[in-house]
Design a protein around this ligand. Sequence first.
Ligand code: 4NP
Length: 154
Amino acid sequence: MKSVLFVCLGNICRSPAAEGVVAHKAEEIGLAIRCESAGTGRWHVGRAPDRRMREAAKRRGIIICNQRARQLELADFYEFDYIVAMDLSNQADILSIAPANRSCDIRLFLDFGSGEEREVPDPYYGGDQGFEHVLDLIEDAATGFLDHIEKEDR
Ligand code: 4NP
C-alpha cells in the first residue's frame, strides 16, 4: 500500500482538505492508500482544521473535523512514499530540510491537476470563496494523483 503525506504551512486548511479528499476518493474507487498531512510551521500543532475549511469540505461530503495539526518531521522523509506540497514555498521549505538519503518522492500537488495553476493558494486570510477555490483545485488534483498511484500499483 502506498503512503502519502500532504504538506502546507499551517496544516489547518489546505493539507487537511487534501488528506480528506484523497482518502475519500480512494475509498470510493476501492484503492488502499495511507493518507496523512502535516505543516511546515508549528503555530497550530494539536488544533483541528480551520472551521471555514471544515464547513466547506463538509458541504462536499468530506469530513475532516477529527484531524489534528502536526509539524513535518525528519522521520516523515523515510515513512512516506510521497510528500506532496500545496505550493512552491511549501515545496522549498520541505526540500530545505529533506535528508539526502530520503526514501520519499517530493512532489507539487497540482502537478497532478488538469489545469494551468501550479499552486494551491493559501486561503487563511481571504474570504469564503478562497476555500471553495482551494477545494476545486484539490478535488481535481486528487483524481490525477490517484490515477498515478493506481498505475504504479498495477
Ligand atoms: P494552511 O493555511 O497552510 O493551508 O494550513 C494557513 C493557516 C495558518 C497560517 C497560514 C496558512 N498562519 O499563518 O497562521
